[in-house]
Design a protein around this ligand. Structure first.
Ligand SMILES: [Zn+2]
Length: 255
């Protein structure tokens, strides 16, 4: 029991350090080499990054993944397994990010018909190799831009699985970006200023992210996807489903 408590306290300290680091470095750098070195001495961190589509993992959280190469990353896309173009690109992108990939095949047709929450939850559970993580990253139920229904459905389903205890995570971080409601390349999504966690990526980390989007996924520089490779990553962070529910009540849905 003492050992369990010690390990838990160690993990708590780690997250506190990460939080402090992020808070203290909003306008400067991401992880210093010394900080990464000290983290490597700590408990092995298991992290899952669950997104709707291939490329979301890199655009919204790729810098965070690349900045923690010592964490064990499981990276899941819920859509496009049968897409012969995007599925293999996703697998290569996750290799470049240093994670283990899983990809599902939820409907992602142009009509974007609403999916049942049960179907999305079932897909998540069928793809995850385990259901217990130190940290889980995913979309917010509010999405990131105007508008992709699958992003919102993913965030909602993950939150529900966490609340039901079907996925266990010590913390859940949700992407915190928004545009002004028009969408397109004239209205790019940016990190929300009031997000719980914000960090500017060092040039080298951002460039690796950008290369995955342009070279691995093949988006040319003038595309929307290339434009929205965030230089600043931002997350809403929750330690319990109750915290998440409280936040949900206070953050007004804009769209
Ligand atoms: Zn997407």
């Amino acid at each position: 029991m003492i050992l369990v408590m010690a390990v838990f306290n160690c993990y708590e300290s780690l997250l506190t350090l990460v939080r402090l680091h992020y808070k203290n470095n909003i306008a400067t750098s991401f992880m210093s080499r010394n900080h990464i070195a000290s983290m490597k001495k700590r408990k092995h961190v298991t992290a899952a990054l669950i997104v709707a589509h291939p490329d979301d993992e890199t655009i919204w959280a790729g810098g965070t993944v690349l900045s923690h190469p010592d964490w064990h990353w499981t990276i899941v896309s819920l859509c496009r397994a049968s897409d012969v173009d995007r599925a293999p690109k996703f697998i290569r992108a996750v290799q470049q990010l240093g994670g283990v990939s899983e990809i599902g095949d939820l409907d992602d047709g142009p009509a974007q018909m609403p999916l049942s929450e049960g179907d999305v939850q079932e897909m998540v559970l069928s793809l995850l190799p385990e259901t217990q993580f130190d940290l889980l990253l995913t979309h917010s139920p509010h999405g990131e831009y105007t508008r992709h229904r699958r992003h919102e459905e993913t965030g909602t389903a993950i939150a529900s699985l966490w609340e039901q205890g079907l996925i266990k995570a010590k913390e859940v971080w949700m992407f915190a970006y928004e545009d002004s409601g028009k969408g397109g390349t004239q209205d790019l999504p940016i990190a929300i200023k009031t997000a719980h966690l914000r960090s500017n990526l060092p040039e080298e980390i951002w460039r690796r992210k950008y290369i995955i989007i342009t070279d691995t996924y093949g988006f040319t520089p003038e595309t929307y996807e290339a434009h929205i490779v965030a230089r600043e990553e931002a997350f809403w962070c929750f330690k319990s489903p109750t915290e998440f529910q409280d936040w949900l009540k206070t953050v007004r849905r804009k769209r």
